[in-house]
Design a protein around this ligand. Sequence first.
Ligand SMILES: [Zn+2]
Ligand SMILES: [Zn+2]
Length: 179
Amino acid sequence: MQLIHRKIPREFLEVLPEGMKFIHRHEEEFLVVEELSCPKGHSLMVDTVRIHDEPSISIAVRRAGGRGLIFIDAYWGSHAKLYNFMADPSHPLEYADAHCPHCDVSLVVERECGLMECDSRRSLVFHLPGNENTIAVCARLGCPDHRIVVGGAPQRVQEEVNRINFFGYGIDDDAFGGI
Ligand SMILES: [Zn+2]
Ligand SMILES: [Zn+2]
């Protein structure tokens, strides 16, 4: 599998929301989430669990055997995750019933997944600073559907950003080596 790199639309950079940054790494350009919060304003960023050398985004999930934390890569489109629990094959975790790790408020909303091949009707919604701008991701683990809503960004540009997904990142991938 290969890294599929997509250019970041220039028009999006002009309205780049607070809480996201644009970086160059290994001569490629990426969007990276810097700050996300639950609806009550608690930061979900975890500086001590870093993925690709950036703080990760943490969510708490209910699972057989209790509560667990999932740490999500802040690189837009990467979808790499770390877990603080072991997978239980007899209770596979298909959906992330996600909550804020601080106040336990649910992050789940009813929303149909934007991808044809996924029948999920649940998403997780995260707030960028200022509370007007949001990121929604499909709650089905492994589904790459993600949507950004940024005031002032034309719909067409947001769609372009939504289509940025990197598949096949991993050990044979130079840009993302070293996790
Ligand atoms: Zn919270
Ligand atoms: Zn989905």
